[in-house]
Design a protein around this ligand. Structure first.
Ligand code: SF4
Length: 430
């Protein structure tokens, strides 16, 4: 493990920008949430644009009953000429009659539903009274007016917290929607270390939902869960502060922090993680040979930027020029900032033109950004990594650490091959 930097970035002055942003909306989160929560249905109350976004992001599902859909707001709804609430009630009744497997129904707000001020929290209460207790109806916003795409998951999980039952048990709550295979690996490691009982939010099915109380200790697996964190605090649960389980170092530190909370010393964790950690380090080293010494610029998009910058600088030998995140929560990101050596600009929010000027001036080897910015930057001769890939690929814990490093190495390798094959064209772009 690399030693701690003498001075981390926690006290680095933050460049705050509040200008135009280039991000996807929070509806995107439904793509991975609907796979995770097997008896949930996500009903977007939105426009045809929202339906197209979901359909193209998720692909057309032919063989499975889909677990998301869009209640389309037509022009007469938007003009206030129809009673959108009555139509929504009818749609929900039709859906639940056709799909008795649904136990949790999320009404998901969108830009159009917010523009016409459709009160989905009242709708959720009304529909819960009609269809509960068999079906729990909740609501959250995935609107692009005020969210980045990972805030959709945060809003969804935060909406669930007040409805969870109470407990006095001391339990670990692992918070964040991980792919099943990754969640199983984490649960296996925790069991070997001796941490338990362990619950997950979100659970795979409603009947497995965790209970919450003052003895709940929760560890976030995703750095974008600020509202869920606040909702859990309001229920009296206590956070376990730790770096996030990205890379060999991050995963070890996360497990050690959790173990310490349950009275288990670091030597036990070292013993359990020795073999998977060695595998992870070997896999990371294979990609790090491409990444070492390369300069990286993070534009604000996925909210994974700070933990990934820590991983790439400390375990892969990269140099961060700017680490930009949509929101900086010092209480969540503090342990990560402590590990990042001073040097990079730390920025929050975006003024996209100003930030693009900084990218062009510094000409990084790799820029992590949203899809909308990647192609123009590539056309200018800059290698890019789409931030959204990072949430669609399993990247947490030891067994995925090599893949995580590989995601960043791949565009650099591709660029090196293209440069070798077409040297004149690459020079022209640059
Ligand atoms: S919620 Fe807003 S940004 Fe997202 S697809 Fe619908 S209209 Fe577009």
């Amino acid at each position: 493990m690399t030693s701690l930097p003498q001075t981390g970035c926690r006290t680095t002055p933050v460049l705050r920008e509040r200008g135009q942003r280039e991000v996807f909306c929070g509806l995107t989160g439904i793509i991975w949430l609907h796979r995770k929560m097997q008896d949930a249905f996500f009903l977007v109350v939105g426009s045809r644009t929202c339906a197209h976004l979901l359909q193209s992001a998720a692909g057309v599902m032919i063989f499975a009953e889909p677990r998301f859909g869009t209640a389309i707001l037509e022009e007469k709804d938007l003009a206030g000429m129809a009673d959108a609430n009555a139509e929504l009630d009818r749609e929900v009744a039709r859906l639940l009659e056709r799909r008795p497997d649904i136990r949790q129904l999320f009404l998901v707000g969108s830009c159009p539903s917010e523009v016409i001020k459709l009160d989905l929290s009242r709708a959720a209460e009304r529909l819960s009274a009609i269809h509960g207790p068999a079906v729990r109806v909740l609501n959250f916003s995935g609107s692009g007016i005020e969210t980045t795409f990972t805030e959709g998951e945060d809003a969804c999980l935060a909406s669930m917290v007040p409805a969870l039952p109470k407990t006095q048990e001391k339990e670990l709550l692992m918070v964040g929607a991980l792919p099943d295979v990754v969640e199983d690996q984490a649960l296996d490691l925790l069991a070997q270390i001796g941490v338990g009982p362990v619950r997950c939010l979100p659970a795979k099915r409603a009947e497995l939902d965790p209970a919450i109380g003052p003895n709940t200790r929760y560890a976030l697996t995703q750095p974008f869960l600020g509202d869920t964190h606040a909702a859990l605090q309001r229920r009296g649960a206590q956070i376990i502060n730790a770096p996030f389980p990205f890379g060999a170092e991050g995963t070890t530190l996360w497990l050690k922090a959790v173990a310490a909370e349950f009275g288990i010393g670091p030597e036990k964790v070292d013993e359990v993680v020795a073999a998977p950690r060695a595998r992870a380090e070997k896999a990371i080293a294979a990609a790090a040979s491409t990444l070492k010494g390369k300069r990286i610029f993070f534009m604000p998009d996925s909210q994974l930027e700070i933990p990934l910058a820590r991983f790439l600088t400390r375990e892969c030998g990269m140099e961060a020029i700017e680490i930009s995140t949509p929101y900086l929560h010092t209480d969540i990101h503090g342990p990560e900032l402590d590990l990042i050596a001073q040097g990079p600009v730390i920025s929050e929010g975006q003024d996209v033109d100003l930030q693009l000027d900084r990218v062009r001036a510094s000409r990084p080897d790799l820029t992590v950004c949203g899809l909308g910015l990647a192609n123009p930057l590539e056309a200018e001769g800059l290698a890019t990594k789409w931030a959204i890939e990072l949430v669609f690929t399993p990247v947490h814990f030891f067994e995925q650490a090599g893949d995580l490093a590989g995601l960043f190495a791949r565009p650099l390798r591709r660029r090196a091959i293209l440069a070798a094959q077409h040297p004149n064209r690459m020079e022209a772009a640059e």
